[in-house]
Design a protein around this ligand. Structure first.
Ligand SMILES: [Zn+2]
Ligand SMILES: [Zn+2]
Length: 338
């Protein structure tokens, strides 16, 4: 949905991805996303020539691939304090390499290139150290590279445009509200017109963005799985299905849920189902997915509701180990449907 949180009349859209969160003008859209737990890249395009690029690295979250890396990780966890005492990465070196690359691309098309880097600053009450930069060449860019002491992420982000684009204004607005980690143990997942959230220890396993259908699948080791789904044009998508049948058949809750009840979800009539993973194959898979934890996520909960104000259908499913505190209420509330 288009955010109502803008400070002025201009509508803003929320983009949220794995702890990264910012707003862009309402007519900008996410056009590129890639990465894993340790590295990520987002591109957000305006309808015109301006766009935003965000790239982050999170060395502490890289998945170990070799026995040596696994050992390194264990040592790093054991001596976390010493590891963080290594200090921030070489921001200036990273920025120089980035600008060199931008210069090369400008020169390739015969444009002259110049850039400015401001002295390093501390921001957000000392949470971040940052270098602000701007350049002109094939177009113009304004951005910054920073390291966050809280989440140990390094982020480089820039707004790029052509001569007529108000790049400085766009950058000031976007970077003014830019977050690089979740605030209260939850990460926003926002793209296009969906804004949802999940606990920050859940990582994205799969995502699907189709016109009229979006799906995010997240898992957390030892905690379970969350699936968030949203359909556009609810009245067409659901057709003659009741919400109960939609949740049971299309979303698939009939496989697990034994009990369904009508509930109010985000001020809408909704349905909630609860049950267990029962099939031997399902249980086996849950046991395997949980390893090394011995608590398979077999407790199932699902909610579906139709937002009549935006004509969208939402479904949230969770699989958690037995006797876990339910997170469904928070997941539904944080899913901003209207
Ligand atoms: Zn951070
Ligand atoms: Zn709604």
């Amino acid at each position: 949905m288009r955010s109502k949180q803008g400070r002025d009349a201009e509508p803003r859209s929320v983009i949220g991805w794995d702890g990264i969160r910012f707003t862009v003008p309402g007519d900008w859209n996410l056009t590129g996303v890639s990465g894993d737990k340790a590295h990520g890249y987002l591109k957000v395009d305006s309808p015109g020539t301006a766009f935003l690029q965000v790239k982050w690295t999170d060395p502490g979250r890289a998945a170990p691939r070799t026995p040596v890396q696994m050992l390194e990780r264990i040592v790093r966890r054991k001596f976390r304090r010493e590891a963080t005492a290594d200090g921030p990465p070489d921001l200036r070196g990273m920025l120089d390499a980035f600008l060199k690359d931008t210069e090369k691309r400008s020169r390739k098309i015969g444009a002259s290139f110049s850039c400015k880097v401001r002295p390093q600053t501390e921001e957000s009450d000392g949470e971040r150290i940052a270098l602000h930069f701007s350049w002109t060449g094939s177009g113009q860019g304004q951005g910054k590279v920073w390291h966050c002491r809280i989440c140990s992420r390094t982020v480089i982000a820039q707004v790029v445009g052509q001569g007529k684009d108000p790049v400085a204004n766009l950058a000031a607005r976007i970077f003014g509200e830019f977050r690089d980690h979740g605030d209260d143990g939850w990460n926003t997942w926002g793209a296009f017109d969906m804004i949802a959230a999940a606990p920050s220890d859940y990582v994205l396993m799969a995502h699907k963005f189709l016109s009229g259908y979006m799906r995010l699948e997240l898992t957390a080791s030892g905690k379970g799985k969350i699936v968030l789904e949203r359909w556009g044009l609810a009245h067409l998508a659901r057709r003659k299905f009741s919400l109960r049948d939609w949740l049971g058949q299309t979303v698939g809750a009939d496989r697990y849920a034994a009990v369904f009840e009508e509930v109010t979800l985000n001020e809408h009539v909704g349905v909630r189902g609860a049950g267990l993973v029962r099939s031997p194959l399902g249980v086996l898979q849950a046991v395997r997915d949980a390893l090394p934890s011995l608590r398979p996520a077999v407790e199932y909960e699902a909610c579906a509701w139709e937002c009549d104000e935006t004509n969208k259908l939402y479904a949230v499913q969770t699989w958690q180990p037995k006797a876990s505190a339910t997170i469904m209420g928070d997941l539904v509330t944080r899913c901003e449907c209207h």
